[in-house]
Every structure is written in structure tokens, then in C-alpha cells.
Design a protein around this ligand. Structure first.
Ligand code: GLU
Length: 423
């Protein structure tokens, strides 16, 4: 049974609150976003006809700092999804202890069907619609599903024009020549790789014998697959929305080859040819559903929410799950996985590398500094590793799942901030 993402988020909150003392008035604050912004954005399409697109910004909680979170352009995005994603951002920023609250934005659109000019008009329209509520000290958006540095560049430019001054810290995930941080594009995948590495150590898995399946081959899925492959893990299956491939020998495939093939053919393929010279992985085609049920050590959902449902959870054969997508596991599935003793590293920790480097970008912009990719990734490492250790230790001590432990850690910090600020 599919459940809506916000109900799932609230079920996760309720689960964590069993381990916290909370005053009723604080609970009320946590159960609802502070502000919901909605707008219809008119875009003059290339055929001359003006079309309206539904757009959202949910500002969930800013007790710990400005609202922070990406903007998603997706045909299925709606307010319920954006609310859940905004809540998860508040938790995520508190998990890694960066000074931000949580927010999220979205537009109901299939960006693959827009021309570049239409996409730019939509992106600039989004900023005009919500301008007065955005800014470096108010709410700092970033990329999410189907948005990218180019879109953040247009948005920063539009924001700066409206503000009457250059304001790079208003958005993160920008192109590097506009104040974007080195290392931001790979940051989410890199953080996920650090988490898998830490988890493998806890589970006593040897890297070169550890098999991994990754669902999703966008910015997040590609980089975690590549980083794991480069570190010696065996990436035996990958997929995108069209389907995937499985390495028949279980040796591990090179994600870079697969990306070349995807760019050339438009879909995941294990064969990449230049002229008559082909670089082919030994692969077989599989569906997305099959990927989730593979007998691998680590399963990494890195696409969209609600893919691991109750039914799927019963069939999972992986030893552990690392959530790189936001909200891929339903609460019912979580229960099953817990009973089956399959650890799930939650999204709010596993994919927090992205927002952490967004924080570094915001800092660099505010201080007029430029850090190298090496510096950025070196600063990311202890943040992710410390958060992982804390959450692992709490999960062992309280005998709860890693998600509940992460929520308890984050909620303790958020509740403290709400109390300190007064309400
Ligand atoms: N969209 C990313 C996430 O879900 C990054 C958000 C950000 O950098 O603000 O964590």
C-alpha cells in the first residue's frame, strides 16, 4: 500500500518521540511547517502560448538557522511531497549539526520536455514568485531531483537583480564560476561513500568482497557508485528510471563506462563503443524491481521516495540498506526490515553530504573565500563520520533502528534551539 511521504515523515517523527520528553506546544511546532508558499508561474512557451506551472516552497522550521533545502522539478511533485522533504531537511541539517533549518521547493513539471529557454524562464519565475521570503539569512535553496548548477545560476542571477546587488550566498549548488563550491556536485555521493565505508567496517565486510546495487543513476547514484568502485567495492548492479544492468560475474562494473553508454544511448547500458572499438561490461538487463531484490551486501536506493514498500521489504536479500534518495523506505517496510535485522542507514544521514557542502559554499560566499575540492572533501569527512558514529552508538545503546537514533539526535538539537529562542 503506497502511503504519502508526509504521513511517512510524521510516522517517523512519532517513532522517535517515544524516546524523547517533549512539551505539547513544541510537538505542535514540529508537526507543521512554519510557512507554506504556493504560486502559479506563467511561462511563455516556445510556441507562443503561455502555460502555468504550480510551484511551492515549504519553510518547515528555522529554529537552528535559515531554511535550507533543494528545489525539485518533477512531474509528480506536489505539496504533500515538498512538505515531507522540507521536514526531512530540518532533521538532516540537525543530524550533521550545520546551522540551518529545513525547507524544500518544487515545481510540478517534466523538465525534460522543456527547451533551455523555457526552463530558464521557469527558474527565474520561481525566484520572482518567492523572492521576499528568500535570501542568505532567510532561506537558501539548492538543487534536488532534476535541477542542477545551471538552474541555480539562473536563480542566483534573478535574485541578485531583484535585490539590486550580487548575492551569491542566496543559493548553493551554483556553477563554480558564479561562486559555487568545488566538490559540491560529487558531495552527496561522497558523503554516501563515507557512510558505506563506515558501515562496512561495523558489519566486518571486506571492501573488495562487498557487493553493492545502486538504484538511480542521476547525480547522487552515479557519484556514489563511482566513489565505491574507485575505493574497491564491487558495484554489481545499477539502474535508472528506464531499467538497469547486473554484472553477471559479480566482479563489479565501472560506473564511468556505464555513464558514457548512458550519454551515448540515453539509457543504462553496459556497452560503450567508439567507432568499432567497444568497452563492454559482462552484464544482463534487469528491471528496477529486480534490482531491489538482488542478493547483494549493500542495497542503495538513490532515486525517489517510497520504493521499498512492505511487500518489497519482505523480499530484500541485501545485508544492509543505505538510503541515498530521500524517503525511499515506508514506515511499514522499516518495521519489516528491523524484524529481519537488516540495518537501514537513513537518508537524513546517508545523503547529508550534499547539504553539508552547501553549507561550505554558503560560508565561502559569505567570507569571500574559495576552497579547493580537496579542502572541501577533507572538511566533509569528520562531519559525516562523527554523525555516523554517534547514531550507530545510540542505536546500539537504545536498541533502536538507525533512523530512530538519527531522529532522536536531530530532534534533541531542534527542540533545544526552539526552547533557547523562545516561542
Ligand atoms: N537536495 C539536497 C538534499 O536533499 C541538497 C539540499 C541543499 O544542499 O540544500 O539534501
Amino acid at each position: 500500500m503506497a502511503s504519502d511521504p508526509f504521513s511517512n515523515a510524521m510516522a517517523q517523527l512519532a517513532q522517535a518521540l517515544k524516546f524523547l520528553e517533549i512539551e505539547p506546544q513544541i510537538l505542535e511546532i514540529l508537526k507543521k511547517p512554519q510557512r507554506i508558499l504556493e504560486a502559479e508561474i506563467p511561462v511563455k512557451m516556445d510556441n507562443g502560448i503561455t502555460k502555468n506551472f504550480s510551484a511551492y516552497r515549504v519553510q518547515y522550521n528555522d529554529a537552528r538557522g535559515p531554511f535550507k533545502g533543494g528545489i525539485r522539478f518533477h512531474p509528480h511533485t506536489d505539496l504533500v511531497e515538498v512538505k515531507a522533504l522540507a521536514f526531512w531537511m530540518a532533521i538532516k541539517c540537525a543530524v550533521v549539526d550545520i546551522p540551518f533549518g529545513g525547507g524544500k521547493g518544487g515545481v510540478t513539471v517534466d523538465p525534460k520536455k522543456l527547451s533551455s529557454r523555457e526552463l530558464e524562464a521557469l527558474s527565474r519565475g520561481w525566484v520572482r514568485a518567492f523572492f521576499e521570503y528568500l535570501g542568505p539569512q532567510k532561506d537558501v535553496p539548492a538543487p534536488d531531483v532534476y535541477t542542477n548548477p545551471t538552474i541555480m545560476g539562473w536563480m542566483t542571477d534573478e535574485f541578485s537583480k531583484l535585490a539590486g546587488k550580487w548575492r551569491p550566498a542566496a543559493f548553493t549548488g551554483k556553477p563554480e564560476d558564479m561562486g559555487g563550491s568545488a566538490g559540491r556536485t560529487e558531495a552527496t555521493g561522497h558523503g554516501g561513500y563515507l557512510v558505506v565505508d563506515a558501515l562496512a567496517e561495523k558489519l566486518k565486510l571486506e571492501k573488495n568482497k562487498t557487493t553493492v546495487a545502486v538504484q538511480g543513476f542521476g547525480n547522487v547514484g552515479y557519484y556514489i557508485a563511482k566513489k565505491l568502485h574507485d575505493a574497491g567495492f564491487c558495484v554489481v548492479a545499477v539502474s535508472d528510471s528506464q531499467g538497469g544492468i547486473l554484472d553477471k560475474r559479480n566482479h563489479g562494473m565501472d560506473p564511468e563506462n556505464i555513464m558514457h553508454a548512458k550519454k551515448a544511448k540515453g539509457l543504462i547500458d553496459g556497452c560503450y563503443c567508439v567507432g568499432t572499438v567497444c568497452d563492454c561490461e559482462n552484464y544482463q538487463k534487469i528491471s528496477n524491481a529486480e534490482l531491489l531484490e538482488l542478493e547483494v551486501d549493500i542495497l542503495i536506493p538513490a532515486a525517489l521516495e517510497n520504493v521499498i514498500t512492505l511487500e518489497v521489504a519482505k523480499k530484500i536479500k541485501a545485508k544492509a540498506i543505505v538510503e541515498m534518495a530521500n524517503g525511499p523506505t515506508t514506515p511499514e517496510a522499516d518495521e519489516i526490515l528491523k524484524a529481519r535485522q537488516i540495518p537501514v542507514v537513513p537518508d537524513v544521514l546517508a545523503n547529508a553530504g550534499g547539504v553539508t557542502v552547501s553549507y561550505f559554499e554558503w560560508l565561502q560566499n559569505n567570507r569571500d573565500e574559495v576552497w579547493t575540492a580537496e579542502e572541501v572533501l577533507a572538511k566533509l569527512k569528520p562531519i559525516i563520520e562523527n554523525a555516523f558514529e554517534k547514531i550507530w552508538a545510540m542505536s546500539q545503546a537504545k536498541k533502536v533502528g538507525l533512523r530512530t537514533a538519527a531522529f532522536v539526535l536531530a530532534l534533541t538539537r531542534i527542540i533545544e534551539a526552539i526552547k533557547t529562542r523562545g516561542f
